[in-house]
Design a protein around this ligand. Structure first.
Ligand SMILES: CC1(C)S[C@@H]2[C@H](NC(=O)CCCC[C@H](NC(=O)C[NH3+])C(=O)[O-])C(=O)N2[C@H]1C(=O)[O-]
Length: 351
């Protein structure tokens, strides 16, 4: 069936709005039946003045959660883990509640508190305190377990990075190898994602990359270059590096069933609403956005110091969009950047 052509003026307007709200630059890459369309605005480096470039890599934040979910669900497909088994069956004694299952982690229904709320309560001091730190996943879980649980297991959706730190532990325990190796073997190599990597705890972004700029909490304070960091506070929850082309390859391949069985794709895309308007949903490490034109897109969003990311595709994998603005702690930038989805997938609004 014919699909609307992307509204590239609308995409550019959203990118310009991201800049108007404080991003040094922004970019988007759309992949569709008529090929690839890219748009860039502003700079990827405020010192050199180098222009934003869709060939440049950046930190994708929680889009990493979908990579981690794919790896875990492949292990479920291979019968090495059960979705409805208690996490403690595979990681004995880790969690204080035997009722918390693997599925609860992937759907953010475990009730495990998110330690980043406290960690980043004060944006720049919190970031500076951890940007060069290396945490063990156990330490991060410990930070969470020191806080009250947010819900009974399975009772409600409550987003928590802790869930995907535990997902990373499940992957390493089940396979006996590192998370990096599993990303490489199960996603990066098979899809030839040449600019995607998991280099934790290396702080630099290899190759051509975007520099990220963190807005301090104090209005008018200068931006903080937050490009180099270990992202050890996130690991499987947010430490992957990628670029727009690789993200579109990933989301379209996922939707086309190249990474998981049909049964597992059904499980992954079985969603529950996360907003009152019932336009935002969460499945297994995967978001679904229902756009104004009726199109449903699947993927994830990311917020890591200096980088906002959207990476979504249609369920048939025929169309994908990735968008990034190189700032954070500026909610308005994240909101207007999301406008690229409506423009790209719904096309020009009817006159
Ligand atoms: C649910 C989210 C938004 S938060 C979660 C994860 N990112 C984080 O947990 C980082 C939080 C601190 C980021 C920092 N903010 C502060 O320090 C505020 N004091 C900034 O803006 O750079 C990610 O990525 N997810 C986003 C997602 O899934 O879209």
């Amino acid at each position: 069936p014919a699909v609307p052509a992307p509204d590239l003026e609308g995409v550019t307007a959203a990118l310009n709005a991201a800049m108007a709200n404080g991003a040094p630059g922004a970019m988007a890459r759309f992949t569709g039946p008529d090929g690839v369309r890219t748009r860039t605005v502003g700079v990827r480096d405020r010192v050199s003045g180098e222009a934003m470039d869709t060939r440049a890599r950046f930190r994708i934040g929680s889009v990493s959660k979908t990579f981690s979910s794919v790896v875990l669900l492949q292990l479920v497909d291979e019968g090495r883990l059960e979705l409805d088994a208690p996490v403690n069956r595979y990681l004995p004694g880790l969690l204080p509640d035997e009722r918390i299952t693997v599925r609860h982690l992937l759907t953010h229904r475990s009730g495990l508190a998110d330690y980043t709320d406290q960690m980043f309560a004060r944006t720049v001091p919190g970031f500076e305190a951890v940007r060069n730190r290396v945490f063990s996943p156990q330490e991060l879980v410990g930070l969470s377990l020191a806080l009250p649980r947010t819900t009974e297991p399975g009772a409600a959706y409550k987003y928590s990075n802790t869930n995907f730190v535990v997902v990373g532990m499940l992957i390493e325990k089940t396979t006996g190898t590192s998370l990096a190796r599993q990303y490489e073997r199960r996603v990066i190599k098979p899809l030839n994602l040449r600019h995607t990597s998991y280099v934790h705890p290396e702080t630099r972004i290899q190759g051509q990359h975007v520099r990220g700029y963190l807005h301090p909490d104090e209005e008018g304070a200068p931006l903080v270059d937050s490009t180099e960091q270990t992202v050890s506070w996130a690991q499987a929850a947010g430490a992957v590096i990628s670029d727009p082309a690789d993200l579109n390859t990933f989301t379209t391949a996922l939707m086309r069933g190249r990474l998981l069985s049909p049964r597992m794709m059904d499980a992954m895309t079985t969603v529950t609403p996360t907003d009152a308007a019932q336009t935002r949903f969460y499945g297994l490490g995967l978001r679904r956005y229902d756009l104004s034109c009726g199109t449903q897109v699947y993927g994830h969003t990311g917020t890591v110091q200096g980088f906002y990311t959207y990476a979504f595709a249609t369920r048939d994998g025929r169309r994908a969009l990735s968008a990034m603005a190189n700032t954070s702690n500026r909610g308005a930038v994240n909101t207007v950047l999301g406008g690229t989805l409506e423009a790209a997938f719904c096309g020009k609004p009817a006159k």
